[in-house]
Design a protein around this ligand. Structure first.
Ligand SMILES: O=C(O)C(O)[C@@H](O)[C@H](O)[C@H](O)COP(=O)(O)O
Length: 232
């Protein structure tokens, strides 16, 4: 059993979202105050929508905040499957509309071909990243580290910041930040909601193999602080 991460439990998702948005905004502004800029890595999926909306209203010097994605589906940016579209619709609004968003999807026809250009997009981001917000799937994936993909070992071992992934169990080829990129951060949050995800999270703590339970690559490490925010 690993115990490196901090587990915060909330009775309802609204309380979780309010506290997490407050904490992220504070950390971003502290980064701007201390180092002149901040970086925020966010995930797609359905879980973070309300969190994005709350964050977009926070008082942060957003024009000094660089934002990118933990992973992206290789679809057009106006597709409903696009994580960039999700971020543009819910996060880059209100006070946050001045943030410097750098997407991972580009004009290349596959994530394999687009990988180098996506890495270039990260050149201005502070190293380490200030805040990373991850989600988790019911198969234990985070980012696009799918246990079913042939690229899983590469995603968890490459020194490169991005990796192309072709998941067998989920639609669309993807481009994902690698484990190396994600762990090069000051703070990681894992944002999960519901009993099913709580049980997957518990399984990940017990399962010794990160290739079959990739979220473990984030949970079972001592380098970067991870706070797990869970609500029923
Ligand atoms: O683009 C994506 O799909 C992701 O970034 C992915 O890692 C996501 O965070 C989980 O699959 C959880 O997704 P839900 O929030 O929809 O459960």
């Amino acid at each position: 059993m690993i115990k490196e991460s901090v587990f915060k439990s909330f009775d309802d998702k609204t309380a979780l979202e309010n506290q997490l948005a407050e904490r992220i905004a504070k950390q971003l502004q502290e980064a701007v105050d201390t180092r002149g800029q901040a970086s925020l890595i966010v995930s797609g999926g359905s879980t973070p929508v309300k969190l994005f909306q709350l964050l977009s209203h926070k008082n942060v010097e957003w024009s000094e905040v660089y934002i990118t994605l933990a992973d992206e589906r290789w679809v057009d940016n106006d597709s409903d499957a696009s994580n960039e579209k999700l971020v543009r619709t819910h996060l880059l609004q209100n006070k946050a509309h001045t943030a410097k968003f750098r997407g991972l999807k580009n004009m290349f026809s596959s994530p394999e071909e687009g990988c180098a250009m996506a890495i270039e997009q990260l050149a201005n981001f502070s190293n380490p990243f200030d805040v990373v917000v991850l989600g988790m799937g019911n198969d234990g994936h985070t980012c696009s580290w799918f246990p079913c993909s042939k690229e899983i070992e590469e995603a968890l071992s490459t020194e490169k910041l991005c990796v192309a992934v072709n998941p067998g169990s989920a639609p669309n080829p993807r481009l994902s930040l690698s484990k190396t990129a994600i762990l090069a951060s000051r703070q990681i949050y894992l944002h999960i909601v519901g009993e099913k995800k709580l049980s997957v999270y518990r399984q990940a703590l017990e399962n010794e193999d990160a290739n079959t339970m990739p979220i473990r690559a984030v949970l079972a490490q001592h380098k970067t602080p991870v706070d797990v925010y869970w609500s029923a």
